[in-house]
Design a protein around this ligand. Sequence first.
Ligand code: TRP
Length: 451
Amino acid sequence: MNDFEKSRGFWGSRAGFVIAAAGSAIGLGNIWKFPYITGQHGGGAFVIVYLICIVLIGIPIMLAEFTIGRKTHKNPVGAYKNIHPAGLWFLVGGMGVLAGFMILSFYSVVAGWTIAYVVRSIFMLVTQFETAADAGKYFGNFASNPFEALLFHTIFMSLCISIVIKGVRSGIEKSCDILMPTLLFILVLLVIRSLTLKGAWAGVVFYLKPEFSKLTAQGVLVALGHAFFSLSLGMGAMITYGSYLSKKENLASSALIVGALDTVIALLAGLMIFPAVFAMGLEPSAGPGLVFHVLPAVFSKMPFGNIVSIAFFTLLAIAALTSGISLLEVVVAYFIDEIRWSRKKAVLIVGSVIFILGIPSALSFGAFGEYKLFGMNFFDIVDHIASNYLLPLGGLLICVFVAWVWGPKPALEEIHIGEHKFPFAGGWVFLVKYISPVAVGIILIAKLMGK
Ligand code: TRP
């Protein structure tokens, strides 16, 4: 390792790395999206399919990303160049950096809403609704107000910038060490609150009772796509986080722990949301509007709903923040390694550009909402391109790269450094060679066909 590699930063401990990677994985995807797609696609049956996708496809790809990162101690572009200097593989890394730019720009808008709802909860403004329709109308007015949408987008990006600028160890690791336990603590309290409400059991049944008749091929695709997004795969976020890990740490068990943590938090999020929705006699099937339309109405009816609301939106904001910093770090790492900018310069410039790119997304629910392409506003377009195409394509190519270009042998050598046992080596190679790329390829084709 040369001096530059040493100077780009390191995790202080393996626990710090695992917590930060879990922070990247655990995001709005777990707390906002996972519960409602589970509700839509067959409850327990969907959960079983999701678990299979996490184990057979998600965790193996995560390990592939960690391995590339730790081998090279580089950002995604540099990592591909380092392992395979010939050809165009570095472009796969470039696609990841681009996806990071795009995802953070709209992620920040939604994250901004969650912070705004913390503030509004403190002033008792989001817990005074009779019905979900009232809460939904209120949300519509809120999201279309350009002043607030921009203000909270600015606040969220500033928070990400202020953490990432302090570096890997004193910025990202330190903040995740505080934020992630806080997240777990709030989540557990809210799950207990929810499960102890009268009538909560109906929600548990709705959420987890396997209904295989509701599980469709579409549901399987959704499970696979979500496993991917939820674990932050496909754009090199885990390459970047792996690049700050020292050679003595165990890659395989880290991937397993991060995957398990991400899944447990997603499952708990459902156990927090559905029992409360049922206990308050509201409709669970609200889809994406669940968090901002239905839950405020649920909190309005609940004893001490105001405090629950503050806790819930704080939880969402924390989850979004630890994911947001990972998205920013991918892009920043590129400019530090490849263009040799200082961390400060990279964070300030990249953060500002992402902030600017987010402005039309922030305004997509009001002033800019009329500008549409294929029926989608700016926010939807950026989300659609990055999440549906760039990420799966990136994930597919990561598998092909590790299994077929770099080769399983050198990859396994990297995993085995430090004499760590990896009893699933053969299975992992098989999955990354055949199963994961085919599965991810199928999602990509299905998305291309508009399914
Ligand atoms: N995994 C995060 C979530 O569940 C989102 C996210 C953060 C992400 N970083 C990523 C997704 C990198 C893909 C790639 O909300």
